[in-house]
Design a protein around this ligand. Sequence first.
Ligand code: NI
Length: 170
Amino acid sequence: MVLEIVKYPHPVLKTQARPVEKIDDTIHRLIENMIDTMRQAPGIGLAAPQVGESKQVMIADISSVEPHNDLIVLINPQIADAEGEMVGEEGCLSILDFMSEIKRYARVKVCGLNREGEMVEIMGEGLLARVLQHEIDHLNGILILDRVSSLKRNLYKMRLKKWMREGRED
Ligand code: NI
């Protein structure tokens, strides 16, 4: 089922998501719905707060850009190791019409649980490393707007206010 994607400045996006304590049917349903929602958007990653659920669940699928990558589902993910740095353009399904260069680690090792509750370790570099860091940021209440200069952030807030005054939707 495709869910509505929560947009900035909704407070759930700024909230630290709660760790998942039990992987039950509710979590499985949430994951399925997040996959449907990401594919429909379309996007290459999605975190549970973006569908209004303050839970540490994220998904990523970069196969549309780099084939031979599988769908990744991570519960309670943590960056266990990181090195290097890279700068590249990022957008976010929760932030309308905003793209910016964002600095990230070039390579990360992420630990977390898969859908079956098994401990998994994912090594990512390039785009995958970027998506993993972006989605884990979401679980910590951090948006790409928090990673740009205050000038850029304020310009965006002004544009957003104008759209709201004009009654822009979506
Ligand atoms: Ni995002």
